[in-house]
Write a protein that binds this ligand. Structure first.
Ligand code: DX5
Ligand code: ZN
Length: 222
């Protein structure tokens, strides 16, 4: 049986003045993961929040924390985000100039007790991450240019998804394929049929009157 699609709720679209209750709300609505967008104002043109906020959410929920580092020098912050409660730590391949550094970063994340993930921006080819497929647990395909919530899904990214799904299945890699940006019921269907099995969802969830229903619908996509 094909396993169910997972929904990772992106806290970027939550009400920052009441994070704890929004986290509780998405948990009760059935989200599988909590997606934490870390932006430094350098790698992307926006600043979000840092490890202290992540740490403060520990104990408020048992949803696994998935930390998406949109920052330069990710190696400097792995330990801090791991200690703040991250279960998965994903860095951007564009933030790593030398492939040897990416391999080191993966090791560092594992050493810190977390599952490693690599993300790639819409214009970045999958050849950049291919050498690491056997060493990571997650590939995060950006379906918008990172930095802000509420953007429109870039459908040309579907080609990369299809290609990656083929490689992962052919080589039997145990890697989750996640999409992030502009996900709603319609774009989720396209992404899942192209091979995604985890959907990061921000605006579409938090702007809904019935989050539970939306999460269930997304989880049922085949
Ligand atoms: C964008 C972030 C996303 C963002 C998605 O750079 O990585 O996680 O929160 O938001 P929506 O679902 O609103 O596109
Ligand atoms: Zn994200």
């Amino acid at each position: 049986m094909k396993s169910k699609v997972k929904v990772s709720a992106s806290l970027l679209a939550a009400d920052f003045s009441q994070l704890a209750s929004d986290v509780k709300m998405v948990k009760e609505a059935g989200a599988d993961l909590l997606h934490l967008d870390i932006m430094d104002g350098h790698f992307v043109n926006n600043i979000s929040f840092g490890p202290e906020i992540v740490r403060s959410l520990q104990g408020k929920t048992n949803l696994p924390f998935e930390t998406h580092l949109m920052i330069e020098n990710p190696q400097r912050y792995i330990k801090e985000f791991a200690e703040a409660g991250s279960r998965i730590i994903t860095f951007h391949i564009e933030a790593v100039k030398n492939p040897k550094k990416a391999a080191k970063l993966i090791k560092l994340i594992k050493k810190a007790g977390c599952s490693p993930g690599i993300s790639l921006n819409p214009p970045t080819p999958i050849s950049r991450i291919k050498p690491f497929l056997k060493n990571v647990d997650l590939i995060l395909i950006m379906t918008v240019n990172p930095g802000f919530g509420g953007q429109e899904f870039i459908s040309s990214t579907l080609r990369k998804l299809r290609e990656l799904r083929k490689i992962i299945n052919r080589k039997k890699f145990r890697v989750d394929l996640e999409v992030d940006g502009g996900i709603n019921q319609e774009t989720a269907k396209m992404a899942v049929s192209a091979g995604a099995n985890i959907l990061v969802v921000g605006t579409y969830l938090f702007q809904s009157e019935n989050i539970k229903e939306r999460i269930e619908e997304l989880q049922c996509i085949e």
